[in-house]
Design a binder for this molecule. Structure first.
Ligand code: GRF
Length: 207
């Protein structure tokens, strides 16, 4: 499977995926995937990962486009240049326009640092702490047109410890996100995870 991964920040979850791909290469646990390009919305993203792992990178800054639709069309065109079987949003802090979702779904995944549908949106970790929750979680899902509303592929519960700061809790959540992402990519390649049926099931529930 050829993957394109989009990041906005440190890309630590992407780094974990790249390491897992390298570590498992040639073993029965092989992820059956390789990242063919790393995309970002700003130059501020950790695109040095591309140099480190020998992977092409590209940046499609929203500020260079008159509106979200034209930005989305440009983003989709760049992604398609690499012919991915799967596109992963890994800390990509932009809402993907509907045209991009339509162009890539259901092979478009996102990880989110809460137990969806709890705490959707860009401040999930802070929101869980502010709400006084005793537990939160990590989720990997198929991206749809909503905000963190797509079909859940897998999710785990994470306990919130007394005195947890946002960063401490987020780091603990990320370790779970990384495991979910790695297991999902491997599951797709090994035929255990079927994105088409997951999407169809979600639509039938919705009816
Ligand atoms: C992850 O928790 C992701 O779910 C969220 O932002 C974080 C990205 O962290 N959207 P990193 O850039 O992979 O370190």
């Amino acid at each position: 499977r050829k993957l394109v991964v989009l990041i906005s920040g440190t890309g630590s979850n992407l780094r974990a995926l790249l390491r897992a791909i390298d570590d498992a290469a040639g073993t029965p646990d092989d992820l059956g995937a390789r990242v063919v390009a790393i995309g970002a919305d700003t130059e501020a993203a950790n695109l040095a990962l591309g140099d480190e792992f020998g992977i092409p990178t590209f940046v499609v800054p929203p500020a260079e486009y008159p509106d979200r639709t034209t930005w989305g069309d440009a983003l989709l065109a760049r992604i398609r240049e690499y012919g991915p079987d799967l596109t992963v949003l890994s800390g990509f802090m932009r809402l993907v326009p509907p045209s991009v979702v339509r162009g890539l779904a259901p092979a478009l995944l996102n990880t989110h640092p809460s137990y969806l549908p709890e705490f959707p949106g860009a401040n999930a970790v802070r929101d869980a702490l502010t709400a006084g929750a005793t537990r939160t979680g990590a989720t990997i899902m198929i991206v749809d047109d909503g905000v963190d509303t797509g079909p859940v592929i897998d999710q785990v519960r994470i306990a919130i410890e007394p005195g947890d700061t946002v960063s401490a809790l987020h780091e603990r959540i990320k370790t779970a996100e990384r495991r979910l992402l790695i297991e999902t990519v491997r599951g797709i390649a090994h035929g255990r995870v079927d994105l088409v049926s997951l999407t169809a099931a979600a639509h039938s529930d919705a009816m």
